[in-house]
Design a protein around this ligand. Structure first.
Ligand SMILES: Cc1cc2nc3c(=O)[nH]c(=O)nc-3n(C[C@H](O)[C@H](O)[C@H](O)COP(=O)(O)O)c2cc1C
Length: 190
């Protein structure tokens, strides 16, 4: 069993990474393999609406010029997908949005590639906008027919500078519980 975590922050070692790590530690403790894929520093562009994925039906984005097809392959082979994003202007980061648009469209064009995989969003925030980010991530999971575990709060952690999220004890506990619930769910449906 495997979970792939995409980190959509521009900072590889920032608060989003720390929050994702807590979820991944809980999954590993339950014997589930994990991998982190950082979008930072890599080229990734939004959907150009060419709809060639619906014609080609080859499980790939027709614009094969950036990391998206590599990400889609990782999603297909995983049992669970974590999408981690910082809050940028009260929404997901641009790179996370690009991943959502392109992988979401390819999944739909190819007979619901992500159907019944387990998915969860993780959000880092300084002050406001995190629940909107959480919603944006969940829209992706739900339209892809994925199964989404909950936690003791919406999956967000508060901090501005890298590492500050460690001071948010409730946020850290939320991630722990999320990891435990995700592991439980994966084992039930796996
Ligand atoms: C372009 C940009 C936009 C941001 N917009 C918001 C925002 O709307 N609300 C907020 O609370 N914090 C905002 N922040 C702060 C980040 O969400 C916060 O520093 C978070 O911890 C970053 O996660 P990271 O360490 O994984 O990069 C913004 C930061 C950047 C760089």
């Amino acid at each position: 069993m495997k979970v792939i975590a995409f980190n959509g922050s521009a900072r590889k070692q920032g608060n989003t990474a720390l929050l994702l790590d807590i979820v991944l530690n809980e999954l590993e403790a339950e014997g589930i393999k994990t991998e982190v894929y950082n979008l930072a520093g890599k080229p990734i562009h939004g959907c150009i609406a060419c709809y060639r994925c619906f014609k080609n039906k080859n499980r790939r984005c027709a614009v094969d010029e950036d990391i998206v097809n590599e990400c889609i392959d990782k999603m297909i082979e995983a049992d669970g997908i974590l999408l981690g994003s910082p809050t940028y202007f009260a929404d997901v980061s641009a790179s996370m949005k690009a991943l959502i648009e392109r992988s979401g469209m390819v999944a739909r064009a190819n007979g619901e590639l992500l159907r019944r995989k387990v998915g969860a969003g993780v959000v880092a925030v300084r002050r406001a906008g995190a629940v909107n980010v959480f919603n944006s991530l969940n829209y992706f999971f739900f339209i892809a027919q994925m199964i989404v575990p909950g936690s003791s709060y919406w999956n967000l952690g508060i901090g501005r500078e890298p590492g500050e999220v460690k001071n948010d004890s409730e946020g850290l506990q939320t991630m722990k519980t999320l990891g435990q619930n995700m592991a439980w769910l994966l084992k039930k449906i796996g």
